[in-house]
Design a protein around this ligand. Structure first.
Ligand SMILES: [Zn+2]
Ligand SMILES: [Zn+2]
Length: 280
């Protein structure tokens, strides 16, 4: 990173970075907190100068954590929710993600220090990332993204892009976010050691890198023909019920799942494998 070179080798006391990109602002904050000698860093964006050094110092003071911790947590949250190279949750917003981190800067502490565990992310890293994602939807009482997805789908079937990912799709997303973090954190090195990209949620297809959306099937094996009914009052006892006609069970996709009368047919509560194609 040029700023690191200017500070360490040229002993510059003041560095100005010109970029409109939020990635660059957060990267500047992250590396400022790790420079061996203090210098002032400004990022010029929108015709204004952001005093990176002041912002980092004040955030660390406000959250009562070190500058390294707060900047690593913010960068981790950004990789998960808003950077240019990784998928991100629809309409959650970068500001909301930042607010969650600032209200609990240690929430991503494990995540921000992932190098020791990637790409085996089961356990604390995945748990912290999942909790963070669930907090974006204000649904802390729910512990699984599959359940949250089902819950939100039942509330609003018209906006599929707003659904959180399945647990399986989320794991691939976390891997991609970790890979981006690896690059960012080693941006000041001339020859960073970066593991293979295909270990982190992407495949090579026709010489192009493509994200792995999920490793699961698109439909559960118990559904041969995708079908859902629109019954709101018949409890799915009528032959007009599409699920009765197709001889498949009712699921959360059916109108009966949220009707006051309920459904007389068996429902599947846990939908582990359905709706795997996702905007996320
Ligand atoms: Zn029905
Ligand atoms: Zn039904």
């Amino acid at each position: 990173m040029m700023a690191n070179y200017c500070s360490q080798e040229l002993e510059c006391e003041r560095i100005i970075v010109e970029s409109e990109d939020t990635d660059v602002l957060l990267l500047s904050m992250f590396h400022f907190a790790r420079l061996k000698r203090f210098c002032e860093i400004f990022v010029r964006r929108g015709g204004r100068y952001v005093h990176v050094h002041t912002v980092v110092l004040r955030l660390a003071e406000k959250c009562n954590v070190s500058m390294q911790t707060i900047t690593a947590a913010l960068l981790s949250g950004f990789a998960l929710t808003g950077c240019d190279t990784v998928s991100y949750p629809f309409r959650r917003g970068k500001k909301r993600a930042a607010k969650i981190i600032l209200s609990s800067p240690l929430c991503l502490e494990v995540f921000s220090d992932f190098e020791a565990v990637a790409p085996d992310i089961e356990g604390p890293v995945l748990d912290e990332a999942r909790n963070f994602m669930i907090r974006l939807d204000n649904k802390e009482a729910i512990s699984s993204l599959n359940i949250l997805r089902q819950h939100m789908f039942a509330q609003n079937k018209s906006e599929l892009r707003s659904l959180p990912p399945t647990e399986d799709a989320f794991k691939q997303h976390v891997l991609r976010a970790l890979y981006q973090l690896r690059w960012w954190k080693h941006a000041h090195e001339s020859n960073p050691i970066i593991p293979s990209v295909t270990e982190f949620g992407r495949n090579v297809l026709n010489n192009c890198l493509v994200p792995i959306t999920t490793l699961l099937l698109q439909f559960p094996t118990y559904i041969d023909v995708p079908s859902f009914c629109k019954c709101k009052s018949s409890k799915c006892q009528s032959s007009r019920c599409s699920c009765v006609k197709a001889d498949v069970i009712c699921t959360i996709a059916c109108a009966c799942a949220t009707s006051a009368d309920g459904c007389s047919r068996e429902q599947v509560v846990e939908v582990e494998e359905s709706e795997s194609e996702h905007e996320f």
